[in-house]
Design a protein around this ligand. Structure first.
Ligand code: TGC
Length: 397
């Protein structure tokens, strides 16, 4: 499938890491994923294995984290998502969202308390930004945090689509602290999930990401000490969570290409052995045209991910901008879902069962394409970059 010299882009160490993650996927995830997906089970037993492999918060430095490069993180995301988007999502939520929030914006005490345990998989984190009525527009969040006379914070509100909130030990909750006053605005809070008033309810009957759990969080007078706030100036306002979303969106640029690659491999194998009209499917011109288009699209997606990663690592010049991240997230998700759907079609009736991965990937990618910014959010982010005009219009009720 390597049509563009991809293999030569990576060092021996990077390839070694990718192979280690691939082995875990082959040994632990592939044999079980159809059942987990069918039964809507997130396999919690893999959390310590992922910790042992060093992929939880792997791009972070210190506090027990592996301090790997952005490209290595991307390669790991790609291998995990070749297994299943739900499992890659767990690693993203834990490392890029919850751990990144603490690492970027937290106090030394918060970092020391949570990051080593989260890196090993002993503690699970979740990231509460989205709300039932505030998805693409987190500025419209209703969750609020009020400080009382003793300095305690009291949180009220609800969050939705929060990965693993029911299993999490700690939640990073973003809440509005008021429009006026120094340090006010949207702020992040480190909330141990055993705090009275915190409740996570699993969202059921999903048709996507079934080997993963998403929840609605209800916060009712959740009382926290003053030091539960993420104290850094970098976390005052929406740029606090957006910096974490950049990390997660970056991982998606790579991850979805893993799902695309796995879909392609499934149909390449199938077409070599499936006979119709006395010929393997692979011998038909229409099949080869489809396989060629898929392979070209995957190569381009890898190159986009690689280019973004090398810039992020400072190996190539420039810096990674939000528009660059949006370009990768938008296009690689779009391309991956197209490949997974085409692969399903080429599998014929067999493609609608869990014996083959493409429809599972396509269904998962519906979520991946939607979370961390829909196509439209990323198109408008790129549009703003190109034109200098923000087209996100807010109409006050
Ligand atoms: P805007 O005025 O553009 O920005 C507000 C402040 O944020 C800064 N900023 C960024 N900083 C870093 N990285 C970025 N990508 C940034 N984008 C914006 C900006 O400079 C500004 O800073 P300052 O200092 O001037 O205050 O804000 P806006 O409200 O106009 O934003 C528009 C828009 C649509 C781009 C933004 O709202 C957006 O990205 N919306 C999509 C939100 C999204 O992706 N939500 C999904 C979250 S996923 C989730 O909650 C579940 S986690 C997954 C799981 O648990 O499974």
């Amino acid at each position: 499938m390597d049509l563009t010299g991809l293999d030569g882009l990576f060092s021996a160490e990077e390839k070694d890491l990718a192979l280690k993650v691939r082995s875990l996927v082959d040994e632990v995830i592939r044999p079980n994923i159809a059942d987990w997906y069918d039964q809507a089970v997130f396999p919690t037993e893999i959390i310590p294995e992922l910790g042992k492999l060093g992929v939880l918060g792997m791009h972070l430095e210190g506090y027990g984290c592996a301090g790997r490069s952005a490209v290595e993180y991307g390669l790991a995301a790609q291998e995990l998502e070749a297994g299943d988007s739900g499992l890659r999502t767990f690693v993203s939520v834990q490392g890029s969202l919850a751990m990144s929030a603490i690492h970027k914006h937290g106090s030394e005490a918060q970092k020391n308390e949570w990051l080593p345990r989260m890196a090993s998989g002993e503690a699970v984190g979740c990231f509460g930004l989205t709300e039932p009525t505030a998805g693409s527009d987190p500025a419209a969040m209703m969750t609020n945090a009020k400080q009382d006379a003793n300095g305690d914070w009291v949180l009220n509100g609800s969050k939705r689509w929060i990965g693993l909130a029911n299993l999490a030990d700690v939640a990073i909750i973003w809440a509005q602290t008021g429009e006026h006053g120094e340090g006010r605005g949207v702020r992040g809070f480190v909330v141990p999930t055993n705090t009275p008033g915190f409740k996570a309810e699993v969202i059921s009957q999903k048709l996507s990401m079934r080997a993963s759990v998403q929840c609605e969080i209800h916060l009712e007078d959740v009382r926290l000490p003053a030091e539960a706030i993420l104290p850094a100036d970098s976390a005052i306002g929406l740029k606090g969570p957006f910096q974490c979303l950049n990390e997660a969106r970056y991982g998606i640029i790579w991850g979805v290409m893993g799902a695309a690659r796995d879909s392609f491999n499934a149909v390449l194998d199938y077409s070599a052995t499936r006979m119709q009209f006395g010929t393997p499917l692979a011998g038909f011109q229409l099949t080869q045209a489809k396989l060629a288009d898929m392979a070209v699209a995957i190569n381009k997606g890898y190159l986009l991910a690689h280019q973004t990663g090398r810039i992020k690592d400072g190996v190539l010049p420039g810096s990674v901008t939000p528009a660059m991240i949006s370009t990768g997230k938008l296009d690689n998700c779009r391309v991956a879902i197209g490949i997974a759907r085409d692969a399903r079609e080429m599998l014929g009736g067999n493609g609608i069962t869990l014996d083959y991965s493409p429809l599972r990937h396509a269904n998962n990618l519906e979520s991946v394409r939607t979370y961390e910014g829909t196509d439209e959010v990323h198109q408008l982010t790129i549009g703003r970059h190109l034109t200098g005009i923000g087209a996100f219009t807010r109409t006050e009720a």
